[in-house]
Write a protein that binds this ligand. Structure first.
Ligand code: UD1
Ligand code: UDP
Length: 353
């Protein structure tokens, strides 16, 4: 069987690495990179360290408005799918690369398979929410990471081809945790000690593109008594410069370039607490037993909040300050996202295409 996998953004390289390792044991895989992320530290670094083969094709689409970016990907992917004639096209998550591949595939022969199906924030202002809903409604095979994701789909009338497969990011973290411990030198490089720093990321459009929200987040982080390590997404750096917040942030925070996956897993594993607006980071913190403060009003990963490991604080500076100082590790942790073998389950289910 031939699978054409589409990736384009940082979290997709990490998820696809976990699944590709399984897929390539028994299927042919063609890996197409849309080029949505292109900086060395947003793209190449993951191919180098996760042992994924270089993409067979990079469409080189780059950054643009949502419509222009998605349209260019759509045309490029349609060509690739027509040329490769795969049995299935495999897409991940909720980015514009996901949506472009979903639209292209849904009007062609191959089956569309969606990893991370059924997630909902129920916030239609998020571009990712639109991407998720449209992709799920176009998909033939839907790999849901949790029971709730299956239920979310059912509530929208999507029941055919739906499988509770577990979360591939759990597989990814299990693969990386000990490797990171053995190989990453990031703690020493930054001069931070286990349990004594906060690890933060911010990149969600609603936070970066609103100066008030970005200022509230940066102020609250700067006020924490612990060292705050912030590997900054290029989007966030651009906005900080535009709003005149960059110099102050460099002074008060340990502002660094984005780091590779093993370094980031290592930083999450040893942080006292994680503060983020990322989807993936909320979950990874949970898998790594690190409490998380989520700087959003809602989350698709509600199970982490219900279990007491994640606190939603929006971009309210006082709420962020408070949550950072009170975050604790609950005594128990449920396993709502499977047991870390989602990649094998997905590969088995792809056999049925
Ligand atoms: C995208 C996804 C988001 C995901 C995130 C992962 C969409 C709508 N959003 O957001 O769901 O959480 O990726 O990180 O698909 N840029 C660079 N270099 C790069 C990539 C981006 O400088 O390699 C800058 C550009 O100025 C660009 C901006 O970042 O305009 C935003 O990039 P884009 O890919 O449009 O969205 P993300 O914010 O990365
Ligand atoms: N990540 C990384 N280096 C960083 C920041 C994040 O490797 O400097 C990884 C992180 O471990 C997670 C993924 O990137 O696996 C999350 O991506 P991001 O926050 O960009 O996107 P989201 O998950 O919100 O879509």
């Amino acid at each position: 069987m031939k699978i054409l996998t589409v990736v384009g953004a940082r979290p997709q390289f990490i998820k696809a690495a976990a699944v590709s390792r399984e897929i390539r044991r028994r299927h042919d895989e063609v890996l197409v990179h849309t080029g949505q992320h292109y900086d060395e530290e947003m793209s190449d670094v993951f191919f180098d360290e996760l042992g994924i083969p270089e993409p067979d094709d990079n469409l080189g689409v780059g950054s643009d408005s949502h419509g222009a970016q998605t349209a260019e990907m759509l045309a490029g992917l349609e060509n690739r799918i027509a040329a490769e004639t795969p049995d299935a096209v495999l897409v991940y998550g909720d980015t514009n690369s996901t949506l472009a591949a979903a639209i292209a595939t849904s009007k062609m022969d191959p089956a569309l398979a969606h990893v991370e199906a059924g997630l909902r924030s129920y916030n239609r202002e998020m571009p990712e929410e639109i991407n998720r809903v449209l992709t799920d409604h176009a998909a033939d095979l839907l790999f849901a990471p949790s029971r709730r994701a299956v239920e979310n789909l059912r509530a929208e009338g999507v029941t055919e081809g739906v499988h509770e497969a577990g979360d591939v990011m759990y597989d990814a973290v299990l693969w990386a945790r000990d490797r990171a411990k053995d190989h990453s030198t990031i703690l020493a490089e930054l001069g931070v000690e286990s349990g004594e720093y906060v690890l933060a990321t911010v990149h969600r459009a609603a936070n970066t593109d609103d100066p008030k929200r970005l200022a509230a987040i940066l102020d609250a982080l700067a006020d924490d008594s612990r060292e705050v390590v912030l590997p900054a997404h290029p989007r966030t750096v651009n906005r900080m410069r535009e709003y005149g917040m960059y110099d102050d942030a460099t002074e008060k925070l340990t502002l660094i370039d984005p780091v590779g996956y093993l370094d980031f897993v290592r930083l999450q594993d040893e942080a006292d607490v994680v503060a983020t607006d990322s989807g993936g980071v909320q979950k990874e913190a949970f898998f790594l037993d690190t409490p998380c403060v989520t700087m959003r009003e809602e989350t698709e990963w509600r199970e982490t909040v219900e279990a007491g490991w994640n606190t939603l604080v929006g971009a309210d500076d006082d709420a962020i300050r408070r949550a950072l100082t009170t975050a604790e590790r609950p005594a128990d942790k449920p396993e709502p996202y499977g047991d870390g073998t989602a990649a094998a389950t997905i590969t088995d289910l792809l056999d049925d295409v």
